[in-house]
Design a protein around this ligand. Sequence first.
Ligand SMILES: NC(=O)c1ccc[n+]([C@@H]2O[C@H](COP(=O)([O-])OP(=O)(O)OC[C@H]3O[C@@H](n4cnc5c(N)ncnc54)[C@H](OP(=O)(O)O)[C@@H]3O)[C@@H](O)[C@H]2O)c1
Length: 307
Amino acid sequence: MQYRQLGCSGIEVPVLGLGGWTLGGSAYGEVDRDTAMTAMRTAFDLGITLIDGAPYYGDTEIWFGEEFRTRRHEVFLITKSQRRPYTKANLFANIEGSLRNLRTDYADLYVIFPDANTPVDEILDGLIQVKESGKARAVGVTNWDSAMLQASVGKVELATNQLGYSLFDRYWQKTVFPTCAELGIGVMAYSPLAQGLLSGAITADTILPPDDVRTHNNLYAPENLPTNLTVVEKLKEFASERGLTLSQLALAWTLANPLVSVAIVGTRRPNRLAEDVGALKAALTPVELAWLDTIVASIVGVAPRFG
Ligand SMILES: NC(=O)c1ccc[n+]([C@@H]2O[C@H](COP(=O)([O-])OP(=O)(O)OC[C@H]3O[C@@H](n4cnc5c(N)ncnc54)[C@H](OP(=O)(O)O)[C@@H]3O)[C@@H](O)[C@H]2O)c1
């Protein structure tokens, strides 16, 4: 495994993390407890010791708690906030609920979403209180825009902003990465495989069940998918010339940005994690990165925005 600093927090994290949402069953279909446990154990054996959890990712926090109660010190454990509004009381109650399920006294990182209905100062006061209580070693945000990040300056140190980032999704890179760089906030990149499109597992014949999260992803819309699959084919060819699988190329691309501290990958199939770790052997050159930009310039549709 390779490690990077999480922004200016002084905390070192593995560059690959395991996504809890994918294991929680609500995104890509049911996942049973044994599969989720095997995914966690496999991830750990491979050095993927960062777990991106949340109380609304199915029963995953309970499962994490069962699995890691004796290995807590090995895990970089993230939990997120649940109920809005993000009043001080709610932020505190939310993390306490997660810690009970996780069977631990502290999270390594507590991450919150935007909340347009609560004054940002009150949200930040809540984060300060959580951090000072020791219930989280560090605090961070997800999907926060630049103005909200700027409001944190001088009040609370945000270790991360968790943002969607892949070869097929540059929205946050264009809009918020510069502020993260300016303020020393580390980016945790989620959906680095564009929810599977950049894994090669999706074909023109793939039929997504109606409750699959990708039915809301414009990159997969029937009018966009055929074009995007032609781009995928070109990327596959490029990857193969480099001795990589498509997933490895996509992950290597995401990690080629030094602002990215971690890429959080999701899978319901533990055997795929070894392949994902294989991405770390690739170091893409500036010429290759520029060539990849030209290949993906023709994609159509945009990745979903989470909030
Ligand atoms: N903060 C936020 O707003 C936010 C939003 C979205 C996601 N997240 C976090 O980021 C994590 C990952 O994001 P994501 O699930 O949206 O997208 P992702 O990691 O880009 O894609 C997940 C998909 O890739 C497939 N996959 C993974 N490795 C593969 C491999 N080696 N070969 C083939 N397929 C592979 C998985 O399929 P199989 O299951 O079939 O392997 C799954 O369908 C989530 O679990 C969650 O923790 C956070």
